[in-house]
Design a protein around this ligand. Structure first.
Ligand code: AMP
Length: 118
C-alpha cells in the first residue's frame, strides 16, 4: 500500500481538512505555498490521470471546488497541479491534485529543466 492509501485507511495520520464519500484532502507535508492541499480519490488503484475514470474525475472536481471554498481560495484564486509519471516527478503512485494558493503564485510549475526560457 502506498502512503496515500495508508492515509485513506487512517493507518497514518494527516492533517485532513475535507472529506466526502469519494475524496479526501489534507495539508501537504512539504508545502510549496502558504496553502498547499492534496486532494485524492478514496478509490484505490488509480495511479494517475491515465488510469482515472470519468466518474471519479467528476467527484474530484467537486472536492477541489469545496476545498478551495473551505480554504478561502475560491475568490482569491488558486492553482491545481497533478504530476503524472516519472518525467513529471510523481512521487506517490496514487492520483492526487495539488491545490496551491494563499499568495500570488509564480509560474515556476510551467518550467522544466531543459527549457529554461519557458
Ligand atoms: P508528487 O510529487 O506530485 O507525487 O507529490 C507528492 C506530494 O506528497 C509531495 O508534495 C509531498 O510533500 C507529499 N507528501 C508525501 N508524504 C506525505 C504525507 N505523509 N502527508 C502529506 N503529504 C505528503
Amino acid at each position: 500500500m502506498n502512503i496515500f492509501e495508508k492515509i485513506i485507511d487512517k493507518q497514518i495520520p494527516a492533517q485532513i481538512i475535507y472529506e466526502d464519500d469519494y475524496a479526501l484532502a489534507f495539508h501537504d507535508i512539504d508545502p510549496q505555498a502558504p496553502i498547499h492541499i492534496l486532494v485524492i480519490p478514496k478509490k484505490k488503484g488509480i495511479k494517475g490521470l491515465q488510469e482515472v475514470d470519468g466518474e471519479t474525475m467528476v467527484h474530484m472536481t467537486t472536492a477541489i471546488q469545496n476545498v478551495a471554498k473551505a480554504m478561502g481560495l475560491d475568490e482569491s484564486g488558486y492553482r491545481v497541479i497533478t504530476n503524472n509519471g516519472d518525467d513529471a516527478g510523481q512521487e506517490v503512485p496514487h492520483l492526487h491534485f495539488h491545490v496551491l494558493g494563499g499568495t500570488r503564485l509564480g509560474h515556476i510549475h510551467h518550467r522544466d529543466d531543459t527549457h529554461k526560457s519557458l
